[in-house]
Ligand binder design. Structure first.
Ligand code: AMP
Length: 398
């Protein structure tokens, strides 16, 4: 039986989990995946997917400990749980590693304390991540638990990219700098480029575009991140499903002075803006349906999204100086033909030429979508953050 890693992504009211066998053929779906939702409520939900089956139970879930043990019990009931397969390690997604963590860490009490010290930088995420870690350690005390940080990959960014032109004393006092997020995904995808291009990593300059519900891009030189669009928080950068991305910070003062509270502005910028704020919908599939029905708001949102994307691609081309590859990934990047076509349109002068037929193929593993004579190669590479976390965690297993 292959050794498995339990991958946990613990949020404020939900826990996503997967059992992955990272040493096996990794093109296979996870052995089991699931979601605990509405933690703390009477109508909590645990769902489970394995071997083509889908199971869902609804019952009160008191807290994260309760949610995790219900998920374990449900897996055990169907003989796909941590007591039916060999668990070699547990990998925990941790959102903010601040300046303390540049790579995955074997978790002990000291590491938990350090993740706790970073709570001011991620007040919603890190506390939930810590609860998930503590509860999982109680349930599986005999295996290594490993923290994999969303920010880790961006630790190498040079100061010119990582620092904000903010008063240095204030920036230092509050640890304000560009940390970047989605690092596990950008790293996972960018690491496949040496094989796809047949060249050593050290020689490759690339841009990775993670376009999902959240969206970010990264400039990577010789395997190391040199810039990224998200910042102190995941609100910065590209226009997203419900987040603004970059806006004039003066807008926030303006709204505040006109009577909105900080919490209202936070909610507006994080949850009521982006595609949803402009068009009413945040899911790209629905947005496309509205565009097909000639909804002008849907078209306006789409065009803004493409414009922002091109703005970042252009600036990263200059930052890198020479560009070898651009890679699209995540829900939108892997599946939306139009976004790839339109964000890459009319860039022949910059050595970028999309092959319409290749671009129109359905999502099915890593693939080239540029023409053979395109100087910059454009790829679609499916991301798999859970597998990346599982591989890291397995590297700490006995
Ligand atoms: P992610 O955060 O990577 O799971 O991406 C989620 C987003 O990807 C969804 O909100 C959709 O907008 C988008 N998406 C997923 N599947 C498709 C598809 N087949 N076509 C277009 N967009 C998609």
């Amino acid at each position: 039986m292959s050794r498995h890693v339990l991958v946990l992504n613990s949020g404020s009211s939900s826990i996503k989990f997967q059992l992955v066998a990272p040493e096996k053929d990794t093109s296979q779906p996870p052995y089991v995946s699931g979601l605990v939702e509405r933690i703390g409520e009477d109508d909590g939900i645990v769902n489970l997917k394995f071997a083509g089956e889908k199971i869902e139970i609804s019952e009160p879930i008191a807290d994260h400990a309760d949610g995790l043990s219900k998920a374990f019990a449900l897996m055990d009931k169907h003989e796909v749980g941590p007591h039916s397969v060999e668990i070699a390690a547990v990998g925990h997604r941790v959102v903010h590693g601040g300046r303390l963590f540049s790579g995955p860490e074997l978790i002990n009490d000291e590491i938990i304390g350090m993740i706790r010290d970073l709570i001011p930088l991620a007040p919603l995420h890190n506390p939930a991540n810590i609860v998930g870690i503590e509860e999982a350690r109680k349930l599986l005390p005999d295996v290594p638990h490993v923290a994999v940080f969303d920010t880790g990959f961006f630790h190498t960014m040079p100061p010119a990219a990582a620092l904000y032109p903010l008063n240095a004393e204030v920036a230092s006092k509050f640890d304000i700098r560009r940390y970047g997020f989605h690092g596990t995904s950008h790293e996972f995808v960018s690491k496949q480029l040496p094989e796809l291009l047949g060249r050593p990593a050290a020689e490759i300059n690339q841009i990775t575009l993670h376009l999902g519900n959240g969206a970010s891009c990264a400039a990577i030189r010789g395997g190391q991140a040199v810039d990224t669009s998200m910042g102190l928080t995941p609100l910065a950068g590209l226009m997203m499903g419900t987040r603004t991305g970059d806006i004039d910070p003066g807008i926030i003062f303006h709204l505040y002075r006109n009577g909105m509270s900080i919490d209202e502005i936070d909610n507006l910028c994080n949850r009521q803006s982006g595609l949803k704020g402009v068009s009413g919908v945040n899911d790209f599939r629905v947005l496309q349906e509205r565009m097909d029905a000639h909804d002008p708001d849907a078209w306006a949102a789409y065009q803004m999204y493409v414009h922002q994307l091109r703005r970042y691609i252009g600036s990263y081309m200059l930052i890198l100086g020479r560009l070898d590859a651009i890679t699209f990934t995540a829900g939108v990047g892997e599946n939306h033909v139009g976004i790839r076509r339109d964000s890459m349109a009319e860039l022949e002068n910059f050595g970028i030429k999309i092959d319409e037929e290749r671009n129109a193929q359905p999502n099915n593993g890593p693939r080239l979508i540029s023409t053979d004579d395109s100087k910059v190669k454009v790829f679609v590479v499916p991301t798999n953050e859970e597998l990346a976390i599982a591989r890291y965690a397995m590297s700490f297993a006995h």
